[in-house]
Design a protein around this ligand. Sequence first.
Ligand code: 4NP
Length: 146
Amino acid sequence: MVKSILFVCLGNICRSPLAEGIARKIAKERGLDILIDSAGTSNYHIGEPPDSRSVAVAYQNGVDISMLRGRQISKSDSKFDLIVAMDRQNQINIARLKLENRLVMMGEFGLDGVDIPDPYYGDSKDFKRVYDMLTKAINVMFDEIA
Ligand code: 4NP
């Protein structure tokens, strides 16, 4: 049984904080006691709040992620039962760290293995698309693992 999950993207300001907020909401609704966190593979946005477009789409759907702050994945993240990469490139970069955790891709859950597309250079429609993909995948993930 999975008791802790770490969502990981590149910057930890667009996709993975959104995944963290959505997962916390769904876990609460389902009465699941799971530790949920997020991190980035890069050091680009350490200490920064999530991108305002991620904060906005989350807020429109009843999820507050404004208090989250960017951090970089590190060896100490070995404590998580499961690491969920947002795309193939980040999965490769996480695997290089040689942590002991089980490592999967978000898209493996109900999305035919696709990458969660990086919305950073996109617009609010791209963030909504990411929100919808994450909501579907996280529901399927909890059906399968929790
Ligand atoms: P994320 O999006 O990996 O979903 O947080 C990005 C955020 C920042 C950058 C790239 C992607 N960046 O190049 O700064």
